[in-house]
Design a protein around this ligand. Structure first.
Ligand code: AHR
Length: 531
């Protein structure tokens, strides 16, 4: 893989210097792009769980990012950072996957419950050999998801644990307070059973989770699906715990076939309610693309790779359709995002990286793909929530900054539980060398209140686009626009608003409603119909 260290090309420098002539001239010369919305047609529901998060014990993702301890001078509620809770509440995080990742298959829950002084200190052998103090354990995680108003997605240890250990863990979390397990939980401060809405049956069992052959994993998975029971009396019907099996790594279909074939012939004694898919945008392995300095080729390559998510989902969905034509088992993309080179000076195993406007565009493109596959993709978890990989939030001691990706999640709030509305448009072409990409992407939804929203992403870093909502009688559009002077623009503790959404509005003229979408931007607007 080529290491790309060339500084930003002249095009970006010109844009950074605010040389508008080329862009404006092109925008004027380009004919409008017609986006046809069919407001009467109804697509699938976009499950709000596609906006899920992932928080692994990795680097400062949990320690420092979420947990600072009760005695910290950083404002906290029972050890959990208040600023982080406030920011996450604002994006209505539907679920948080925890404690890993690879960490999950070496996690022993007993090390992380009970009086803090008795917690065992261990080594996080997956991630930089850091000391794992186990001060953030089950009760702290449940407190955290409660504070942010989210659901728990707990991954149990299949790789180095036992069925007995996993069963005892979920018993601890969910049993009646009159049982021994429930009494122990009550003694630790929580008499009422916790709600464990999602249960991950291992993680990447084809690799760090035990390098298991698909059939071997499938046999193991059935035992966990059978014996790890949820005792919470309120978790019945729609609230019942959903078991998510390990599925494919990228395009490898072996796990998809094996797990779905097993699921098809399951009996009354066990079942699964989800199949996981992991797929990162890396630009090659090991990741060497910089998160702060990249040229236009690197920009285009990562977007191209991102767009591959569409075919990837289609490929696994086709196999799932074979075994599960009624689409009862969702595909859960529970690890995705840009995985770039570690930040200079950071501990390599901590997976610390910055987050640029480019990454926000990657997030929007992925969310659009998930929305279009909403019939099968009903949950996803971006990796990872804080300070790790494509994070929502970066922290350093008491400092906090929201990333461009965070802003995309906030702008897409109307998409949570919305209904997909079909759109058609000529995607056009943005070319960089041999790489040819669509110039724009667009999705439309009807939100839970019945309001119509349109999202347009302009991938082209130099050409603005005019969107003509032909045939759709809209009076106006209002919402938010995310862009910056450069695709590698980032938010820092000193300059936290370099990439921040700005209010956007447009009114229909005699020609109808036209939307100006600047180069390298994401627009999300509500369309007000003409009355
Ligand atoms: O997100 C980082 C790591 O990527 C996870 O621990 C693992 O599941 C995946 O390989």
């Amino acid at each position: 893989m080529t290491r790309l260290t060339r500084p930003l090309a002249a095009w970006a420098v010109a844009l950074a210097l605010g040389a508008p002539t080329l862009v404006q001239a092109q925008a004027k010369a380009d004919p409008p792009i017609t986006v046809r919305i069919d407001p009467g047609a109804q697509g699938p529901k976009i499950d709000r769980n596609i906006f899920g998060q992932f928080a692994e014990h990795l680097g400062t993702g949990v320690y420092g990012g979420v947990w600072v301890g009760k005695d910290s001078p950083i404002p906290n509620t029972r050890g959990i950072r208040k600023d982080v809770v406030e920011a996450l509440r604002a994006i209505k995080v539907p679920n948080v996957r925890w404690p890993g990742g690879c960490f999950a298959d070496e996690y022993h829950w007993r090390h992380g419950v009970g009086p803090a002084a008795n917690r065992r200190e261990t080594i996080n052998s997956n991630w930089g050999g850091a000391v794992e103090p186990n001060t953030f354990g089950t009760d702290e995680f449940m407190d955290f998801v409660d504070q942010i108003g989210s659901e728990a997605y707990v991954s149990v240890n299949i790789g180095s644990g036992t069925v007995e250990e996993a069963a005892a863990w979920v018993e601890y979390m969910t049993a009646d307070p009159q049982t021994t397990a429930g009494k122990e939980r009550a003694a630790n401060g929580h008499p009422a059973p916790y709600k464990v809405k999602y249960l991950g049956l291992g993680n990447e069992s084809w690799s760090c989770g035990g390098a298991m052959r698909p059939d071997y994993y499938t046999d193991e998975m059935k035992r966990y699906a059978r014996f790890v029971r949820n005792y919470n009396p309120k978790q019945t019907g729609a609230e019942a715990m959903q078991r998510i099996a390990v599925g494919p790594n990228q395009g490898d279909t072996a796990y998809t076939e094996a797990v779905m074939a097993a699921q098809k012939s399951h009996d009354w004694a066990w079942n699964i309610e989800g199949l996981s898919l992991h797929s990162y945008t890396t630009g090659g392995w090991p990741p060497s693309y910089s998160s702060t300095r990249f040229d236009e080729t690197a920009y285009a390559k990562l977007l191209q790779e991102t767009l591959g998510m569409d075919d990837l989902i289609a490929k696994h969905a086709a196999i799932m359709d074979k075994y599960d034509p009624d689409k009862k088992v969702p595909l859960v993309v529970d690890e995705w995002g840009v995985w770039l080179a570690p930040l200079e000076g950071s501990t390599p195993g901590f997976l610390a990286q910055q987050n640029s406007l480019r990454d926000a565009i990657v997030a929007a493109l992925n969310l659009n793909i998930f929305a279009r596959h909403a019939d099968r993709v009903r949950m996803t978890n971006i990796a990872q929530m804080i300070n790790v990989l494509q994070a929502m939030i970066l922290t350093d001691k008491d400092k906090i900054v929201l990333t461009p990706t965070y802003h995309v999640y906030k702008m897409y709030l109307p998409f949570q539980d919305a209904t997909l509305v079909p759109v058609s448009f000529d995607k056009g072409t943005y070319a960089q060398g041999d790489i040819k990409l669509p110039r724009i992407d667009a999705t439309a939804v009807r939100d839970t209140q019945g309001k119509l929203w349109l999202s347009v992403t302009n991938l082209d870093p130099a050409r603005a686009a005019t969107i003509d909502l032909a045939g759709f009688k809209a009076a106006s559009a209002s919402g938010q626009l995310l862009t910056a002077s450069r695709v590698d623009a980032i938010n820092t503790f000193d300059a936290p608003n370099t990439v921040a959404p700005k209010p956007y509005s447009a009114k229909a003229s005699a020609k109808g409603l036209m939307l100006e979408v600047p180069a390298k931007s994401i627009l999300v607007v509500q369309l007000a119909p003409k009355v």
